[in-house]
Design a binder for this molecule. Structure first.
Ligand code: AMP
Length: 223
């Protein structure tokens, strides 16, 4: 099964993606994760995209098309995929539809998660990631923001860079940048969803409530 999950930043795409790939046995392809990994490794791609990403802007369509074309051609993508964070513009959506036609694939479901802007800002401001176990969490749920140890794996330090803390806030999760990313979503990414809807089944999912409630809505939509 091939699924595209779309929605504003912080609506829960990452969390829900893990549930979907477990349920459907597909591979999770998060373009944001691929780009963050490139930045972390200091690769040429990482250096190219770092400033754009930190400002909450979009990486070029051309670069994203190359990245996704390459990723979908890898062996593990043959068992089905869940694309999280792509396409993000109408140009990417058009290129993606052509790419799928070219390689003889289709999207079985486009899921569009949504939630009000204020809820998203509230969620993202408390969002942190652990460099040791990669778990993404909301520290507001765990008490004081000065938490030193990852509540999931217990690490205090980045295993690759001793002295650097394990828990970190994404550079683009600051209120001003979050609001900018929400505008980018409305102006650029919603048209991408409409373009996909011309060709593939699209389902809007209410992203409010607990992760379990949202997962149940997704499971019902995917059947
Ligand atoms: P995400 O983790 O999906 O929120 O993505 C984080 C950032 O990565 C975005 O704000 C963009 O700067 C960049 N990015 C990820 N996917 C794309 C894409 N399909 N097109 C352009 N930029 C992207």
């Amino acid at each position: 099964m091939n699924v595209v999950i779309m929605g504003p930043p912080g609506v829960g795409k990452g969390t829900q993606s893990h549930g979907i790939v477990n349920m459907k046995g597909t591979v999770h392809i998060s373009t944001g994760d691929i780009l963050r990994m490139a930045i972390r490794s200091g690769s040429e791609l990482g250096l190219k995209v770092q400033t754009v990403m930190n400002a909450g802007d979009l990486v070029s369509d051309e670069l994203m098309m190359d990245l996704v074309r390459d990723r979908l051609s890898q062996d593990d993508a043959k068992k089905g995929w869940l694309l999280d964070g792509f396409p993000r513009t109408a140009v990417q959506a058009g290129g993606f539809i052509s790419l799928l036609d070219e390689i003889g694939q289709k999207v079985d479901a486009v899921l569009v998660l949504n939630a009000p802007a204020e809820e998203i800002v509230r969620r993202l401001e408390g969002r942190v990631t652990c460099r040791a176990c990669n778990e993404v969490m909301n520290l507001k749920g765990f008490g004081p923001v000065e938490v030193k140890f990852c509540p999931f794996c217990g690490s205090a330090e980045d295993p690759q860079r001793p002295g650097k803390s394990a828990l970190y806030q994404r550079a683009d999760d600051k209120e001003e940048t979050i609001r900018h990313r929400l505008t980018v979503f409305r102006k650029k990414t919603l048209p991408a969803a409409w373009a996909l809807e011309e060709r593939y089944p699209l389902c809007e999912i209410d992203g409010l409530g607990t992760p379990e409630q949202v997962a149940a809505r997704i499971a019902a939509a995917l059947g």
